[in-house]
Design a protein. Structure first.
Length: 340
């Protein structure tokens, strides 16, 4: 396969490499993701993360394994193992469905390489289209609040919600971005803060608990988040803490936008209650770990609840900003996301 370089994925020497998102921003380490167990371990540890990026990394690895001579049966097994790596983001399943069709081709190795390459190029185009559509909703002088990380690290392109923010900045529309640190794994504090800094976009880091008082002071003009899955009724699964922001935005009458590619839409999922939510290790809540080391502050035996995502009901969302354009609450109520 030809060489590839995105913000957080590389294909070189016919192997896949990932930028370790757990070590950022202190260290920029490219790690091998040369086998299915290796990539799955990276996905579980969130060294590779973000709905679109997980799907792309799995697709690229399958294509590379095919080029290295794995059989159709081995690749079919690998594909199903990768499909189960993270349950909530539907992009992984969507991408692997397309890779499965390529695997059924008589000449499957080149078909897989072409499909993985196409998925990467498409993701870049989807991000650009989301950014263009989203900018129509950003007012000049905006102070926007964002949660988790939805930028170039999480996609092959400019990102989803963060892509909108970056393009709006290019258009001179952004005064400041409030970056939620995003407990427990701190994707906002570590990754979004780093990306915004690299892009020279003015930002201010806050803990998640500070959003309410900022809104009450009139210092948030809109909230922009990504999505891991959009159900047929418009409910959205995204990083834990998203729902709290939506409730706060509703109370303070602030627009709340979800930005995602149309491939994040799961028409077969009737509503948010049907979206599987990943539960994660207690250690992520009892302490913190990263390139800075690890520390535990809670009692060893503390009982912990640690869902990685929550569901925001459609009634709290002002607009679903897709690559195809901005979908309004009326359109969602009218069934635009229902099975066709
Ligand atoms: O657990 P993570 O860091 O993979 O969660 C990421 C999110 O929730 C993002 O908002 C979502 O995947 C969209 S990324 C463009």
């Amino acid at each position: 396969m030809q060489t590839l370089q995105t913000t957080s994925l590389q294909v070189r020497d016919n192997q896949l490499w990932i930028l370790d998102q757990q070590a950022l921003p202190q260290q920029k380490n490219w790690l091998p993701a040369h086998s299915v167990p290796q990539l799955i371990e990276h996905i579980h540890a969130l060294r590779v993360r973000g709905a679109p990026l997980i799907g792309l990394s799995a697709s690229l690895l399958l294509a590379l394994l095919a080029e290295q001579g794995q059989t159709r049966a081995e690749l079919a097994q690998a594909l199903e193992t990768l499909r189960a790596a993270r349950p909530t983001a539907v992009n992984l399943m969507n991408n692997l469905d397309r890779m499965k069709l390529a695997l059924a081709q008589p000449d499957f190795a080149p078909a897989l390489a072409e499909e993985a390459w196409r998925l990467v190029q498409e993701d870049k185009q989807l991000c650009d289209a989301i950014a263009d559509a989203g900018c129509t909703r950003v007012k000049p002088g905006s102070q926007l609040l964002t949660h988790c990380n939805t930028g170039g690290l999480a996609t092959a392109g400019v990102g989803t919600a963060l892509g909108v923010i970056a393009r709006a900045h290019q258009q001179g529309l952004i005064k400041n971005v409030w970056v939620d640190e995003t407990r427990p794994l701190l994707q906002g504090g570590r990754l979004t803060a780093w990306e915004l800094g690299e892009l020279a976009i003015p930002y201010t880091l806050i803990t998640d608990s500070m959003a309410a008082s900022l809104m009450a002071r009139g210092e948030v003009d809109a909230v922009w988040v990504g999505a891991d899955r959009i159900a047929g009724n418009g409910d959205v699964a995204n990083k834990i803490g998203t729902y709290s922001l939506a409730v706060l935005a509703h109370y303070h009458q602030i627009p709340f936008y979800v930005a995602a590619p149309h491939t994040t839409l799961d028409r077969s999922c009737p509503d948010g209650a049907a979206i599987p939510i990943e539960q994660r290790a207690a250690s992520e809540v009892t302490g913190v770990a990263g390139s800075f080391g690890s520390v535990q502050w809670a009692p060893e035996a503390a009982k912990v609840y640690n869902p990685a995502f929550d569901v925001t009901p459609a009634t709290l969302i002002s607009g679903w900003v897709l690559d195809t354009g901005v979908v309004t609450p009326d359109q969602v109520q009218g069934g635009i996301f229902q099975p066709q």
